[in-house]
Design a protein around this ligand. Structure first.
Ligand code: PMP
Length: 536
């Protein structure tokens, strides 16, 4: 596909928004890069300050790998992340930082932590119920307990009857008690109930955790995270490898409400309560939810933003259900949309935040999951680790990235807003002039998308064939590279949408060149110009 779409180019150097390849004579050919390392280069390729910092860090001979020791740089990074998140979200309690290397790894670390927390909560709940059962059992043994008739029905069993020789009433506290049941020893009567309660609770507790994600989501491609990525082309072959997610649409709030309510109803456990010597059964909420994963703006899903209402609904529903909300800011975080967290634009607050991409400053692999204090389990530090996480190099670079973002009272965020508006205005002008081929332009800050109308009926066989095969975006990319020296790619799950994620150094000239290139491509699409596309 690289070769056939003209994207099989080797880049030999990169700087700012430009990548260079060589022509046949060995001369450097500049290409303006709108992919920006799949949105991981908010400060551009080989940013001079970051590179200089990296060199000085390496020259100082810091230990890059000193696992299981003190990590003051990582601690400072965590403190700085907290300071920024608190400012943007108003959070008053801290988040604990757990570092990783890639986006998918941090997602899996976050989900794994959420499951650890859930399992510990399940164990605590089961322990509490077991203690109640034990208390009741003792009372039954001493002949101080009767079992309410209704308790058996609630536990999904029937009252035992006949055969017993014990003194006192085993069951029959209810007025409609079965006379035969009087003969059942209280212990047996109670064990019948306890057995049914244990069976029911065991069945509920053995179910896999419930994971929720939005339709169109992208959270990674590893064994666990791919189950949370909606695109079935990436996910479906690997369903046997991990817990499945329930995918809900972001624009139909009632579907989310119904899904969550349905899970809660199905996942009640039973507890035994004793009042005045009568044992009864009550239902209790069970922690069925592992996490709900949300991208504030879906990147790979085609640059689709959650609006304020959808965000508020998600916040409400997850809070009511005590379902941890994990906000995936891997692509949108670190200033990409003009704020540190894109979720802060719509007032969405996470129990977990996941950051990566630009955190590595374009030269390191780094990611982090932030876990809110109210959910954090310190024991997790002992059960989860990675050789390469929290290393001295990537944490030092990440700290520098935060310093650059926060410098001059947030000048970088303001620059993203300003350059983002410039970029968006150019895309909007193209859309206005080519309404027959451009379906939509959308995004925030320096994460913008341009969606084409379906071209599968184009009179150009190359265009219609590419559209039918779902690769029109790649054909567009090849054309824009070959004819205009512009590097842009479609999003992973919405191949009709081109993503523009340049660095904050985007210039007016670069934007003007992009507009010219897009106009040329749109005219070609509109004119169904096979000849100009293929030369035939
Ligand atoms: N989540 C989101 C929102 C992403 O955009 C990506 C990468 N495109 C990932 C997770 C996965 O990150 P990585 O490719 O580093 O595993």
């Amino acid at each position: 596909m690289l070769s056939s779409s003209g994207l099989g180019v080797e880049y030999v150097r990169a700087e700012g928004n430009t990548v260079f390849h060589l022509d046949a004579n060995g001369n450097e050919i500049p290409v303006t890069d709108y992919c920006g390392g799949y949105a991981s280069l908010i400060f551009g390729h080989n940013n001079a300050e970051i590179t200089a910092h990296a060199k000085s860090v390496l020259d100082s001979g810091i230990p890059v790998y000193a696992q299981f020791s003190r990590h003051p740089v990582a601690n400072r990074l965590a403190a700085k992340l907290n300071e920024i998140v608190a400012r943007e979200t108003g959070a008053t309690e801290p988040y604990f930082a757990h570092f990783a290397s890639t986006g998918a790894e941090a997602i899996e670390t976050g989900v794994k932590h959420a499951e650890f927390d859930r399992v510990l909560k399940v164990a605590a709940l089961m322990g509490e119920i077991e203690a109640h059962v034990e208390e009741a059992r003792e009372a039954a043994r001493d002949g101080r307990l009767t079992v309410a008739e209704s308790a058996y029905r609630k536990a999904g069993t029937e009252a035992p009857s006949g055969g017993g020789a014990g003194a006192g009433a085993g069951v029959g506290a209810d007025a409609d008690a079965d006379a035969d049941a009087d003969a059942v020893p209280p212990q047996d009567a109670f064990e019948q109930l306890a057995g049914a309660v244990a069976r029911h609770n065991g069945e509920v507790a053995a179910r896999p955790p419930v994971l929720l994600a939005l339709e169109g989501s992208f959270h990674g491609k590893l064994m666990g995270s791919v189950q949370l990525t909606h695109n079935s082309g990436f996910r479906s072959a690997f369903g046997g490898l991990g817990a499945q997610a329930l995918f809900v649409p972001h624009d139909q709030p009632d579907v989310l409400t119904k899904t969550v309510d349905g899970v809660r109803e199905q996942a009640r456990v039973l507890d035994v309560v004793v009042t005045d010597g009568v044992a009864d059964v009550v239902e209790r909420d069970f922690p069925a939810f592992c996490a709900f994963l949300v991208e504030p703006i879906q990147g790979e899903g085609g640059i689709r933003a959650l609006d304020r209402d959808a965000a508020a609904h998600i916040q409400r529903v997850t809070a009511d259900a005590d379902c941890p909300l994990l906000i995936d800011e891997i692509q949108t975080g670190l200033g990409r949309t003009g704020a540190f967290l894109a979720s802060s634009h719509v007032g969405l607050r996470g129990d977990y935040y996941v950051l990566s991409k630009s955190l590595g400053g374009g030269i390191a692999k780094s990611s982090v999951v932030l876990v809110h204090q109210s959910r954090y389990r310190g024991e997790f530090e002992l059960v989860h680790s990675s050789t390469f996480a929290k290393d001295g190099f990537s944490t030092a670079i990440a700290l520098k990235v935060l310093e650059l973002l926060e410098a001059d009272d947030g000048a970088a965020y303001r620059q993203v807003v300003e350059r983002g508006e410039m970029l968006r205005a150019a895309l909007d002008r193209v859309r206005a002039d080519f309404p027959e081929v451009v379906k939509d332009t959308r995004g925030k800050g320096l994460l913008q998308g341009l969606e084409f109308h379906d071209q599968s009926k184009s009179g150009s066989p190359t265009i219609s064939g590419a559209a039918q095969g779902g690769i029109l975006g790649y054909v567009a990319a090849g054309y824009l590279l070959g004819a205009h020296r512009i590097r842009v790619l479609p999003t992973a799950s919405a191949p009709n949408t081109l993503r523009f994620a340049p660095s904050l150094h985007l210039t007016e000239e670069e934007t003007a060149a992009l507009e010219t290139a897009l106009r040329d491509w749109c005219a070609l699409l509109r004119d169904e110009d096979e000849k100009r596309l293929t030369g035939n």
